[in-house]
Design a protein around this ligand. Sequence first.
Ligand code: ACO
Length: 432
Amino acid sequence: MTNKTFELLDEASGKKTKLPVRSGTIGPDVLDISVLNKDHGVFTFDPGFMATASTESKITYIDGDAGVLLYRGYPIEQLADKSSFLEVAYLLINGNLPQSTELADFQHNIQRHTMINESLLRMFNGFHYDAHPMAMVSATVASMSAFYHDSMDINNPRHREIFAHRIIAKIPTIAAAAYKRASGQPFIYPRNELSYCGNLLHMFYAVPCEPYEIHPLAAEALDLLLILHADHEQNASTSTVRLAGSTGANPYAAISSGVSALWGPAHGGANEAVLEMLEDIGTVDNIPNFLAQVKDKNSHVRLMGFGHRVYKNFDPRAKIIRDMCHKVLAKMGRGDNPLLELALRLEEVALSDEYFISRKLYPNVDFYSGIIYSALGIPRSMFTVMFAIARTAGWVAHWQEMIADPNMKIGRPRQLYTGPVKRDYQEIVKRN
Ligand code: ACO
């Protein structure tokens, strides 16, 4: 709490209330309005949470104007350059970078819990052959609550830790099972001696009839993408996990609700939408026509991979990933990818166009991530699944932070009701 206050005047009654201002370590102050309803009988109205801090958190900081992203205080650029996804997951969940023995223990715990129950695996055969992988992943993660319910006491810190290890260890296995189901290939079991991303590639691409060699750059690019997508403070899917988890629901069910929220094209589905958009545009010559549609309010066409609710200057993750995108395409022998050429030209044209400049619309991380995924041979329908693997670390960190908070309350927003006022039931014969 600071000494600063805002004074609110109820003009009808003349009643004044002082609203306290709370400061974080960095970032904008927040106005504590918790007494507003008790003292004045009013709620605040903020559709889309445009001006609302839904919680206090120590995990991730974003300065959208300056293009800053910090995980537990560490800049994303440094983590992308020096760290690994598992170290970042440890950092997000535990608050500090691990000592070497702590990291070794964490990695060991993740690498030894990669298999999923055979009954869970058999569930995949029940899905229709063309089921979207996100539907399969969401359903399978929710089903984990059926396997780990009695053993899960959310008030027991050790149980929470086991949950964290289990879900981070098993989400790649679930993702790979969804991929294999969609491609009609036999499921490939994890290999625990491999790195997190090496194992992911192995489960995706190995087949029983021939050896599979992991391309080191593919594993490096995936690890980078997982670091960049690991957390993003109170985004839609993380807020969903918090809201579902705040009811005391089984945490696997809460994570599954996050997977579902991530699926939408305005959130994690954007990288899939970027590739669809590039294919629809087809060639560089069609860019002007496409941008004319984007600017036409009635068309409802958006330049996918551009714009962000929080970054109104540039997305720092987009800068990092752009370089990796070039490296992957050059070194993995796909330097002549016409979609990348189209994407880069589209980016150049949009960045110099008044429509995008005046609205502060810049490429976000997903403008490039889909291109890297396609270069690695990952099908479009799996892009959001890759995002979900990364974001699981953030979801777990936020769920842990919320449940461990002694002041935690069930999330229960209010509304401005604009429906009919009270009216009497009419017998059906009397209705007109
Ligand atoms: N293409 C064209 N116009 C856009 C775009 C876009 N991608 N994004 C915003 N605008 C325009 C809006 O039409 C609006 O214009 P107006 O002032 O003339 O009405 C203005 O910019 C502000 O847009 P809002 O929708 O109010 O911005 P908001 O912050 O709510 O939206 C969002 C953010 C949803 C990400 C939006 O920019 C968008 O739809 N982008 C494309 C989808 C995408 O790439 N999503 C990925 C986000 S990153 C992530 O989840 C990892």
